[in-house]
Design a protein around this ligand. Sequence first.
Ligand code: NAD
Length: 482
Amino acid sequence: MTRILKNYIGGAWVEAASSAQTPVINPATCEVLAHCPDSTRADVDAAVRAAQAAYPEWRSTPILSRVQYMYRLKALLEDRFEDLAKCVVEENGKTRDEARGEVRRGIESVDFAATVPSLMRGYKVEDISSGIDETAERQPLGVFAAITPFNFPLMVPLWFLPTAITCGNTYIIKPSPQTPLSMVLFFEILDELGLPEGVVNLVLGGKEASIAVMEHPGIVGVSFVGSTPVAKIVYETCARHGKRVQAQGGAKNYIAVMPDADMNATVANIMGSAFGCAGQRCLAGSVVVAVGDAYEPLRDELVRRASALRVGYGMDETTQMGTVISDEARERIERMISAGIAEGAEPILDGRDAKVEGYEQGSFVRPTILDKVTPEMSVARDEIFGPVLSIIHVPDFDSAIEVINKSRYGNAASLFTTSGKAAREFKYRVQAGNIGINVGVAAATASFPFGGQKESFFGDLHGQGLDSVEFFTDKKILIERW
Ligand code: NAD
């Protein structure tokens, strides 16, 4: 019988209060891997109470002792590296190498958390008035939570939990019900790590559990990563309930290519950006803005290479592109391609109705390239979140910037060029939080904040880096006269 997943609360695996469940489906084989409970307010409340109970002692555990858990966690994650990658492939559909990359990035966040003792330092000024000294010191705040998406089921929760707990807070993760298994395995590893009961908690479920997290008075702050419509809801709801919130939303990422770019390297980078993880990265390149004479060679080479990509089951090491997350996602992506064509885009590579031998029921969309796209078309404006690349041809650099800055999103943008002047202008003028220069996926590493502007981010302190230490701590001011 397929297992029903449990929540991890107060150091124990417990059944969710609700008997409602969502099947977790391998999107390539269609096998039901497990059933994810639709946890309720009562489950969230139990997790909050466990996290609150654990907080006072955890907070006063010396920071150098808290950090030791990160070193041990890193070792445990390295030991289970391949198991974690396999789990990501099975529930998400990406390739094994992409999953390995995800696990590696996740471990880098644990490395970062080990630097928290130096980043948590406060500051002091003597004699701000005669005989009076002033100090700012950072303190943890209590119980934090994260609501995370399906596309990086291991890495995204790791952007938050290690830093939050090393800062002295206790934590709750509410992962996507489509991909809860990586978090279940991660919590099995955390269980082995032997943190005090209640420091880390896992509540599985969907919207109802999310709402309970956003509204619970015992949670002081929420980190959200997911689509823009939900990010807006999370930002507003958390603010209404007096919480700190950082909400990373959806994206529409543009890649501009100048005629002076190194075409070979450019195409290789765009391929990885647009079709890596089957286009289901928030940093995926979605629209190529080809400037002047860059257009023709770029278009032809993209089609040549994209049509040669081996699409298949991620567990097969020869697969270069896996599935999208679900049949529902496949249908949405195909509908969006059809809408683009109806608006005048020309499908020079059409990935609809894909069939992969041996996985006939799998949720596959092959690489798709739409030419003759204009900035007004839906395929140029809306997030597709699939392996679909649109090409817009513009006469010059300024027109490229204009097209990019029209977007309501501002997650990432890249420029391919050999001109330093163009690169600087691009970085200076483009309204996006992550900029790539001759880099197709401008993914911030763990010690830098993950950028995002406009409708791609709601909040002020970003995930990762020093921003995350700011988010997970408060600055208390002490003014002393003796
Ligand atoms: P999603 O918004 O559907 O779900 C994200 C999380 O929110 C899940 O845990 C889900 O259960 C919960 N949720 C869904 N509907 C909700 C509601 N109405 N109220 C409260 N919670 C709700 O996103 P997804 O489909 O899992 O992930 C894909 C999206 O995430 C894409 O838009 C992608 O661009 C975005 N993303 C952004 C970043 C970033 O850093 N900006 C990173 C990864 C993914």
